[in-house]
Design a protein around this ligand. Structure first.
Ligand SMILES: Cc1cc2nc3c(=O)[nH]c(=O)nc-3n(C[C@H](O)[C@H](O)[C@H](O)COP(=O)(O)OP(=O)(O)OC[C@H]3O[C@@H](n4cnc5c(N)ncnc54)[C@H](O)[C@@H]3O)c2cc1C
Ligand SMILES: NC(=O)c1ccc[n+]([C@@H]2O[C@H](COP(=O)([O-])OP(=O)(O)OC[C@H]3O[C@@H](n4cnc5c(N)ncnc54)[C@H](O)[C@@H]3O)[C@@H](O)[C@H]2O)c1
Length: 478
């Protein structure tokens, strides 16, 4: 090996998504330590180019249109007008920088982080091979490689070259008829923008509800809202075969050939495109994990310092560890792992809560953006009861002065899961238009273990949607 092919850094991060960026910057901040990010695609990762950012850029115009349609003084200006899809797609490009990551590379370099392009693979203790170049780490290697879309092995499905989430978020051509396979978050969000763009959407859902890991009332309200916009939702549906004789790889977000015929519960459905939104597979299979005695597949298991069990110099953060596969939770883990690596490199003890990723356990917030937003945190009623926790459920429709002012057709529901022993909230779900900002108050109440008695003194401002908090507390007085 020539001297030029050797590179030594304090910290090597494989995967330059939002999580890897945070881990690298926290591990070296305020020190003379060095870090490198190894990225085989785009610095910024799935979230920036293929997931969170483009999806939310595609969804927001539909929300604004819905508010405007129900706002006297504005709706008269609209008449029958619908979205200008080309303008929406152009705005999406402004967020994805048309898949150019130079601004993120500039950010990394300005934070003192080197970027090496190529596929990273562990090749031994603290050693990473990048397409023939050997990088060595003085302190730590961090895995932040994320996940890829899973495509079920249904006969004919893979051969049909279906869309995955990357096509839906980087959509360039709107198919007239789309079958969405899955009833989870990606399926529900993508169905929302495809409907707003004028597509005819059929959702093929294996289970009996959408967003099945959340509260059942939220699933029902989202299904009702999607149906009211024209979605056809087939529950308990069994997709057994797909046939698409003219499948063509026309590029991401373009219609992949001629029509496809799907067999669902023995019935035939013909569509112009299929979107597979059937979950994710951790990007761990080509990471050289077996060279250090780990499994070459599946989620990479860690302790609460994000250290991979049994390998003291190796950390796994973000989607690849399967703890809480969301951008904000992965970035949180990146911050925790970075702080742990920095403290250990400085020979300091891990004194303090910031070195432990405790929020992964029962304190995870999420906002799902469908025609109605589903903003939730913590445990569902079922999870809590299954864990043997005695709970009280407080639920009210969101109908306060603030909500009626926000939008004429405002309709929503809120629910708290209260641990009766401690009289604290352990779960909250808000469903309605624009309820995304309500959930952080619940997150703070859960993390801070604020009792309901104390919450009486957290007075919501009038007239805001937050007044639903008062209604929730009052529901227990009645
Ligand atoms: C359609 C969609 C919408 C979503 N919307 C949201 C949302 O609104 N909010 C939210 O919180 N979450 C959302 N998510 C989830 C979110 O995208 C992930 O939680 C987040 O991207 C995880 O970040 P990460 O850094 O762990 O992985 P990623 O963002 O996947 O980044 C991993 C990076 O590692 C690189 N890589 C992988 N293997 C290697 C290797 N061997 N060598 C070099 N580089 C490698 C990849 O190219 C990639 O750049 C969404 C997901 C999807 C699919
Ligand atoms: N707003 C957000 O926070 C947001 C948005 C999008 C995605 N995400 C995250 O990204 C991740 C991926 O989302 P997702 O929707 O792909 O996964 P998911 O796990 O939420 O949903 C997967 C869906 O596919 C179905 N499915 C799985 N295998 C199937 C099969 N063989 N045949 C038919 N159906 C099948 C499941 O029943 C489920 O309905 C999740 O962690 C999600 O939370 C978050």
């Amino acid at each position: 090996m020539t001297e030029q092919s050797m590179d030594e850094f304090d910290v090597i991060v494989i995967g330059g998504g939002p999580v890897g960026e945070n881990a690298a910057s926290y591990a070296i901040a305020g020190s003379d330590r060095t870090a490198v990010i190894v990225e085989h695609e785009l610095v910024g990762g799935e979230c920036s180019y293929w997931a969170c950012m483009p999806s939310k850029a595609l969804l927001r115009p539909g929300d604004v249109l819905d508010i405007a349609r129900h706002m006297p003084g504005v709706k008269e200006l609209l008449g029958d007008k619908t979205l200008d899809v080309d303008a929406v797609l152009a705005r999406r490009e402004s967020f994805t920088h048309s898949l150019d990551d130079s601004s993120q590379v500039t950010w990394a370099e300005s934070a003192g982080i080197s970027v090496v392009r190529g596929h990273g693979r562990i090749s031994g203790e603290k050693t990473v091979d990048v397409d023939g170049r050997t990088l060595t780490a003085r302190h730590a290697v961090v895995l932040a490689t994320g996940t890829t879309a899973s495509v079920p092995k249904t006969p004919g499905l893979r051969e049909a070259l279906p869309w995955i989430s990357r096509d839906a978020t980087n959509i360039h051509e709107v198919p007239a008829r789309v079958a969405v396979i899955g009833g989870g978050v990606v399926a529900s969000e993508a169905a929302t923008w495809l409907l707003a763009f004028g597509a005819e959407v059929t959702m093929i859902v294996r289970g009996s509800r959408l967003l099945a890991s959340g509260e059942p009332f939220a699933s029902d309200l989202v299904a009702e809202a999607l149906r009211s916009r024209g979605a056809r939702i087939l529950f308990d549906a069994d997709l057994t075969a797909v046939s698409r004789p003219d499948a063509k790889d026309t590029g991401i977000g373009r219609i992949h050939g001629g029509p496809a015929e799907l067999t669902v519960d023995g019935q035939s459905i013909t569509v112009d495109e299929i979107l597979v939104a059937a979950g994710r597979t951790p990007a761990s299979s080509d990471l050289g994990l077996s060279t250090v005695g780990l499994d070459d597949r599946g989620y990479v298991e860690t302790d609460d310092h994000l250290q991979v069990r049994g390998v003291p110099w190796l950390y796994a953060t973000g989607d690849v560890n399967g703890r809480s596969p969301l951008t904000h939770m992965g970035k949180y883990q990146g911050r925790v792992a970075g702080d742990v690596i920095a403290a250990r490199a400085d020979g300091k003890p891990l004194n303090g809560k910031r070195f432990t990723a405790s929020a992964d356990h029962g304190q995870v917030p999420q906002v799902v953006f469908t025609p109605l937003q589903v903003a939730s945190v913590g445990q569902t009623e079922k999870l809590a009861r299954d864990a043997g926790i005695e709970v009280e459920i407080l639920g009210v429709d969101i109908a306060v002065a603030g909500s009626s002012l926000q939008q004429d057709n405002f309709s929503g529901h809120a629910q708290l899961v209260v641990d009766t022993a401690s009289d604290t909230i352990i779960g909250a779900t808000f469903v309605g238009p624009g309820v995304d900002e309500l959930v952080h108050a619940a997150t703070i109440a859960i993390v801070g273990k604020v009792t309901l008695e104390d919450l009486w003194h957290a007075v919501p401002s009038y007239p805001t949607v937050s007044e639903v908090w008062l209604r929730l507390l009052e529901s227990r007085r009645a």
